[in-house]
Design a protein around this ligand. Structure first.
Ligand code: SF4
Length: 356
């Protein structure tokens, strides 16, 4: 089968099987002339860098309900956006999200630019996201290569070189298939094929639109591909977090420094994270060790967080952080690791003094 045939075979499949997504304009609506909203495409792509489609849907709907346009998001207070992002992880992306929205408004008059090169000048938009927005929102013939696409290409062309060394070869195969007609639909079609048919463990080759030309299926090697170079084990870091509550129920929290992991997010004061964390109580108090350790995995390391808890007196004067009144405290505003710490010890505090 020639290259144009391969892409048109896949587009025929997509016309029938496209997944419905809150940010997607499906093939039928596209035919009727409905255009995707670049703001929604961009927002979904940034969110999808973090996690799965299923997990992103609720965040996407909440963001677009609160901030329906890029101008609304640009005008939002930083803390509100950070709070809504909590749970999606990797907060540098949320900071860049805001920077990007503001630049689109201030420099581009509120409209996303339509080419990959211009998109790449915006904060937080790298080569992959720029290609995805250019293809999906603006129908530019850009090639979009994510993990799904790499898997499909490695099988379609029976590439046995392990990842990541195989990346350039897989990208070249993907580029060779990108059509001039309907490139936006095509980009989404390959992703859908990888997510629903050509899945990692048990590809459904029998119903795949590319079953005839697929070289791995012909060899019977589809379940082994793509091959991967084994990853080095992630290091383990240790830390101590201090969960203090004043007798009136106010929690001692601090906003983390803007730079670095969980930058700009609200969290429990604590030690630096390393091999041997030093005690760093934010206020002098009778800190108790509940004997609980919270575990959390970040992109580059595992964290084991020891906890300390204390009921703090009404006149406590912390050296770090500040008190957040009970009515203003929402555990869901905390990043996941900090929420895990809260959940682990929330029941171990004394009664709140409501007489004050
Ligand atoms: S035939 Fe099977 S291995 Fe090949 S692309 Fe389709 S689902 Fe993937």
């Amino acid at each position: 089968m020639s290259m144009p045939d391969l892409s048109s075979e896949l587009l025929d499949w997509y016309d029938v099987h496209a997944r419905a997504m809150p940010w997607r304009v499906g093939p039928e609506a596209r035919r009727r002339g409905v255009r995707p909203d670049p703001y929604r495409v961009w927002l979904s792509e940034v969110m999808l860098q973090q996690t799965t489609v299923a997990a992103v849907k609720a965040y996407f709907e909440r963001f677009t309900m609160l901030w329906p346009t890029v101008a609304d998001l640009a005008a939002a207070p930083d803390a509100a956006v950070m709070g809504e992002w909590a749970g999606l992880g990797y907060y540098a992306r949320a900071r860049n999200l805001l920077k990007c929205a503001r630049e689109v408004v201030e420099v581009h008059g509120g409209s996303f630019p339509g080419t990959r090169a211009e998109l790449m000048t915006l904060p937080g938009i790298g080569p992959y996201t720029a290609s995805a927005i250019a293809a999906i929102a603006f129908d530019q013939p850009e090639t979009v290569v994510d993990g799904n696409v790499e898997r499909v290409m490695s099988r379609l062309h029976a590439v046995h070189t392990p990842l990541p060394a195989a990346k350039p070869e897989l990208s070249a195969h993907a580029a060779g298939l990108t059509p001039q007609e309907r490139p936006g639909d095509y980009a989404q079609a390959v992703m859908d094929l990888g997510a629903t048919i050509c899945t990692p463990r048990s590809p459904a080759c029998g119903i795949c639109p590319w079953r005839t030309p697929c070289a791995a299926r012909d060899e019977g090697t589809q379940a082994e591909l793509p091959k991967k170079t084994p990853k080095a084990a992630k290091p383990v870091r240790h830390g101590i977090a201090y969960l203090g509550r004043r007798t009136d129920g106010a929690w001692l929290l601090e906003t983390r420094p803007d730079r670095g992991l969980l930058g700009g997010m609200l969290g429990w004061p604590g030690s630096a994270w390393g091999n041997a964390p030093q005690d760093a109580p934010p206020v002098s108090a009778a800190w108790r060790d509940p004997g609980i350790e919270v575990r959390h995995t970040f992109t580059h390391f595992h964290l084991k967080l020891a906890l300390r808890v204390a009921d703090l007196p009404a006149d406590a004067e912390p050296e770090r952080g500040g008190f957040v009144a009970p009515h203003a405290f929402r555990p869901s505003d905390l990043p996941t690791v900090m929420r895990k710490a809260f959940d682990a010890v929330a029941a171990s505090f004394g009664p709140i003094d409501r007489t004050g």
